[in-house]
Design a binder for this molecule. Sequence first.
Ligand SMILES: [Zn+2]
Length: 626
Amino acid sequence: MSSFLSRAALAASSIAVLILSPMNPVLAAEVVDTHSYANSAEVRTTHLVIDLDVDFAKRRLKGVTELQFEKLKPDADRIVLDTRALDVRSAEASADGKAWAATQFVLGANDAVLGQSLTVSLPAGATRVRIVYSTKPEATGLQWLKPAQTAGKKQPFLFSQSEAIHARSWLPLQDSPAVRATYEASVKTPKGLRAVMSAEMSDQPDAAGRWTFKMPQPIPSYLIALAVGDIAFQSMGPRTGVYAEPATLKAAAYEFAETETTLAVCEKLFGPYRWGRYDLMVLPPSFPFGGMENPRLTFVTPTVITGDRLLVSLIAHELAHSWSGNLVTNATWEDFWLNEGFTEYLTYRLTEAQFGKARGDMERIIGVASLKTDFALAKSDEDRKLVRAFPAKDPDEVFSSIPYERGALFLVWLESKFGRETFDRFLRSWFDDHAFQSATTPQFIAYLNDKLLKAQPGKVSAAQIDAWISQPALPADAVYATSDALTKVDAGRDAWLAGTTTLDAIGAEKWSVQEWEHFFEGFPKTATAAQLKALDTRFKLTGSPNAIIASDWYKLAIDSGQAAALMPQIEAYLGHVGRMKLISPIYRALAATEAGKAQAKAIYKKVGSGYHPIAQQTVERILKGS
Ligand SMILES: [Zn+2]
């Protein structure tokens, strides 16, 4: 996933999950996932059979989910699942799919973050249960779009976002990243609409009008994904293609045409791609993230379709998750950096390999800038660590660039100590040795110790590793990139602001979006109205078709107290885009003054219903000042 936010308190419930170490399958490490009710140390799901009927009028999925499981504790007499706001009608149990019979179930008390446990009794010999249920319109993992919110404007659209703990709002299951299961699914859509999922799929519905899917590799629940709408497909290469609304398809296929090359580059660096196809699903603009690495089918924001292919590192990021995250998965949300820090490091390596060191370095610098922003926004030292000393109550609240960029800096630092060749071999073996498993931070540290630290003694100490992972301050010997291009941007901006050069002379007409991001990032809040007006007149920033440049520009205008004349355009932007990385800075900038906060609240009241539930929570937190 690509994006960010802040942190909270302690979780109440906890479960223990057994993870077998591939180094020593006899020794089992106990993992505590405070974000799941599931009793997966006793009974663990191995396969799901999902049947869904999509009802746009009622904004609900009617479903039957069958869970096949193995008993780790032979006398276990119940399976405990996670749910949130599900209407559970009935539960049945069966031995190997023979004669289903009703069985008892109990829904636990509701927790605002975790939802409700669903405990299903297991009669002797039961190997499967199935739950008949429907979702509610407020399901946090689903967004139901009206036709007006789509590119085509004629048909409604539905998409899921299960990470971190939202799968439970549309599927009753063991919603922990430590539990992996294969799945098959069938989805009935209204006539003329297509369903796609993070799985193998056919391009036609079956005779009964149902779209069918099969995910043969075991994946964690947060990677189960569904989209339904007026969806068309265009191939981009032997293993890659793009799904999008017809109105967006052509531009998307052009923008992402280099994906097949990125896939080949990634395989060369980090080992074989193990998922078959790699396709993209371009969502409507309200998608709250940049991308979501649903296996075989990355979900992606349309805000990176800019016609110049300059924002495709987002695709490299989601593709890299096919190794770090989807193949080797954080066992709990406390280990999130194992997904995102690794993936961000891989992204920089891919960008460098495919587009050259200068572009890779430029993106590293922009990444570090976002890390510094989030370090400043962090409410406590606990939030600045790679791994917190105690779990956060809500994984969405602890979402920030820190696990991404601090994690990547840690791996860059390790690379600098051991050399790229050695470090690449180490990374590749980490992926190979833990393929299709979930891993904890202590498991990674033990592996690192074994394979690198002990093998090449004296280079890195345990205290240094601890400083990167468990201490709040960034280690002083972090390795940062430099960029001639961005140094020139700094010089141009500063000289123009000082009045020693003209806007025409700073070379901005040739800037990439990355150079523009850097230009805005280093801009003082003290620019005059005349300076901002000159900038806007020269480069037509207001209403820029590039959503990243537009977001940066509006934030700068607000920060400088010069946004009054731009409020209609800012409102239009916030009403069109739902990507949190782009709208949060604008809301935050507005909320910095009382008058601005009132304006932000008024805008949110008008446009907020068009945001994804996760984005709504985020904006509401900003406007509440929490
Ligand atoms: Zn990611």
